[in-house]
Design a protein around this ligand. Structure first.
Ligand SMILES: [Zn+2]
Length: 259
């Protein structure tokens, strides 16, 4: 059942953002969608199938197991249920911020994560452009965090929904009025905030790591409010990978393992 809900929310949000991008785009795309979308969606399809028939359910399972074994912070410190769910959600988001920082700072992890950053345009499909091995590793990391926190199983389900919905939202090429963007950014990561993280300028790539809550970047001084060249003038991607967007799936899958 939870797979149906997750898939339904994901596809609904994907289509909504695609429609919004078509109706009111933030920037003109440099390349045809047909050059990038099959690659991005192809990567996501491989990962989905891979996880569906292997370890896809272990995050939820680890929460159930931690509760049964009375393991982890929130299973030891007993709080009102709603409070422990909210606390777990906030701490999860902090953990994902930390993970994202590591993906950029640790060269071995960067080999995997750079696949995400080699997209030469920035739109909703960029949100699903990840190397399958990165997704598998992040699943193990999630299990580690869930066990340590003793997170309630329902918090794991809610967090998965928040994470995928906010990733689709904040990678979208949608025009949100600047005043609204400012208001939203007090708490949430907006597309204008996250796009800066996909800039070819190294200092900008190494900032705005947050996934849902914008607070962590301000708190840990990794926040860049605006790109130097402006939202419509900034370049997307990595300066050392400005090749054709029609790079093959095979090349991207092998990219982390090449010197
Ligand atoms: Zn990143």
């Amino acid at each position: 059942m939870d797979t149906v809900i997750r898939l339904g929310v994901f596809v609904g949000m994907l289509l909504l953002m695609m429609a919004w991008e078509a109706y009111s785009p933030r920037r003109p795309l440099r390349y045809s969608r047909w050059q990038r979308w099959p690659i991005n969606i192809g990567l996501s399809a491989i990962t989905t199938v891979l996880l569906r028939f292997s370890i896809g359910g272990i995050a939820y399972f680890s929460a159930v197991l931690a509760a049964e074994m009375q393991f982890g912070l929130l299973n030891i410190v007993i709080l009102p249920f709603v409070l422990s769910v909210v606390l777990a959600l906030v701490l999860f988001d902090l953990a994902v911020y930390g993970q994202h920082l590591l993906l950029h700072r640790w060269p071995l992890l960067w080999r995997l994560h750079k696949v995400h950053h080699t997209d030469l345009d920035f739109d909703v499909t960029t949100a699903v452009r990840f190397h399958p091995v990165e997704i598998v590793l992040s699943l193990f990391y999630k299990v580690f965090v869930i066990s340590l926190l003793g997170a309630p199983a329902i918090a794991v389900l809610i967090f998965e929904l928040i994470l995928s919905t906010s990733a689709l939202f904040n990678h979208s090429n949608i025009a949100i009025p600047v005043a609204w963007d400012r208001r939203l950014r007090w708490l949430f990561v907006t597309p204008d905030m996250h796009r800066i993280h996909h800039s070819t300028a190294q200092g900008e790539t190494d900032s705005n790591f947050g996934s849902s809550i914008s607070l962590w970047d301000r708190l840990f001084s990794t926040y860049t409010p605006e790109p130097a060249l402006g939202q419509t003038g900034m370049h997307i991607g990595l300066s050392q990978y400005q090749y054709s967007p029609a790079v093959t799936l095979k090349k991207l899958l092998l990219m982390p393992f090449r010197s």
